[in-house]
Design a protein around this ligand. Structure first.
Ligand code: SF4
Ligand code: SF4
Length: 412
């Protein structure tokens, strides 16, 4: 295993992090025995960064880790978990939720505490509710040791958040297809230049870069001098960036853990040669050929006066085009969460008022308002709109239920 240092605290973290989001299951719940063996195998073989969150595995992931990290395993790892900002109503909720998480994890401190899945709306709400003061206080009294945030919005907001606080880490979606989406390469470098460790999620784009590979893409990989699986290529590409500290992988069997550890043991920064980088670029280009909207994510069209996240909408639409029919296309779900206002402000295509302001700015000469109609037709069918409205109404009850369950668990 290779390790990279967190600039602000000198922590040496395994470049492969264990994502406790897709654990082995039995009868619809976490298979405690199998998942514990898997986690301990990963730790015994050098992984020392474990990433979880309140919501993972139907809110069972943190409790699972609390038990699985007994017998001295807690001391061998750094735990990262996240505050679900959509459940927060006020400043007191932050302390309550953190305390529940400490209890579930059977620990007195969280090594890396992140605000989960920030978007514009979530960030504004959390700031108004005093999250920065909360983070200062929790760090000072030792409940958390380092602070961070995970992110799903545009580059402009990413830079704003980076500049708003003395963060230790951030967690971004990054892979060879997302160089210009969300934080992208520019965001990665921006954070790293400020001494913030960058953790990477979705290195395989939800597994899509490893599964259901088309014959054209297989041909490109097979022409390379070095033989690697598509997953290995994708991981090596991310680790090739010296600015990346840890790459998260949700592994659910031992052979996957072993394969990823083997890949990680060779993944030094800047270790891919030009020919290898060209091979990855050719594959990325082949995927881009399948995209029907030639958006590069440059952001010149932003901000939209009506609040549409133009590159975000196009990224979803293009992903849909590339991965539809693969069985792992999650674009409708992500669109619902991020564009239709479940986890923040609405920024969906149907907000477009056809003002035309963005069209003049687009170097790709995309008919943006025209394409917004197509995005809307794809992702905002009446039944989805209904679902979004229902989810927005249900969220306060869901919040109560989630806190109630945790209170009950504490009493028992
Ligand atoms: S045309 Fe639509 S997407 Fe473009 S700036 Fe105007 S409202 Fe926004
Ligand atoms: S300006 Fe054009 S290419 Fe750039 S993000 Fe907007 S739509 Fe995409």
């Amino acid at each position: 295993m290779l390790y990279r240092e967190v600039p602000k605290n000198g922590d040496k973290l395994s470049i492969l992090g264990f994502g406790a989001m897709r654990l082995p299951k039995k009868d619809g719940a976490i298979d405690q025995e199998k998942a514990t063996a898997l986690l301990r195998h990963a730790i015994d073989n050098g992984i020392n960064y474990i990433d979880t969150a309140w919501t993972y595995q139907k809110e069972q992931s943190e409790s699972f880790l609390g038990s699985a990290l007994a017998d001295g395993y807690r001391e061998k790892v750094r735990i990262a978990t996240k505050m679900p900002h959509w459940l927060i109503r006020d400043r007191q909720d932050m302390d309550k939720i953190l305390q529940f998480q400490l209890n579930k994890l059977h620990t007195d401190y969280i090594d890396y505490y992140l605000i989960h899945s920030l978007t514009k709306g979530g960030w504004e709400k959390m700031k108004e509710n005093g999250v920065l003061e909360f983070l200062d206080r929790a760090k000072n009294d030792g409940r958390i040791r380092n602070t961070g945030f995970s992110f799903h919005d545009n580059l402009e907001l990413f830079k704003e958040i980076i500049d708003s606080y003395d963060w230790d880490i951030c967690l971004i979606q990054y892979n060879y297809l997302d160089k210009h989406n969300q934080a992208g390469t520019e965001g990665l470098r921006y954070a790293a230049e400020k001494g913030i460790a960058v953790m990477v999620m979705e290195p395989l784009r939800g597994g899509n870069l490893a599964r259901n590979i088309t014959p054209e893409i297989s041909d490109i990989w097979s022409e390379a001098d070095v033989k690697r699986t598509p997953a290995e290529w994708a991981l090596r590409w991310v680790w090739n960036h010296p600015e990346v500290t840890v790459v998260l992988s949700g592994m659910n069997d031992i052979s996957q853990v072993d394969e990823n550890i083997r890949t990680a043991s060779e993944a030094y920064p800047n270790s891919l040669n030009q020919k290898e980088l060209d091979t990855v670029a050719r594959v990325a280009e082949k995927y881009s050929d399948l995209m029907t909207i030639p958006c590069t994510g440059c952001n010149y069209c932003m901000p939209c006066p009506a609040g549409v996240d133009i590159p975000g909408c196009f990224e979803m639409y293009n992903s849909r085009e590339i991965f539809k029919g693969t069985g792992s296309d999650d674009t409708q779900y992500r669109y619902l969460l991020y564009q239709m206002g479940i986890l923040g402000n609405r920024s969906s295509a149907s907000l477009c008022i056809n003002c035309g302001k963005c069209k003049e700015q687009c170097p790709q000469h995309i008919d943006i308002p025209g394409k917004m109609k197509e995005v809307e037709a794809q992702f905002e069918k009446p039944v989805i709109k209904l679902k979004a409205t229902a989810m927005r109404h249900i969220l306060p009850f869901f919040r109560q239920f989630s806190l109630f369950k945790n209170r009950q668990r504490n009493k028992n």
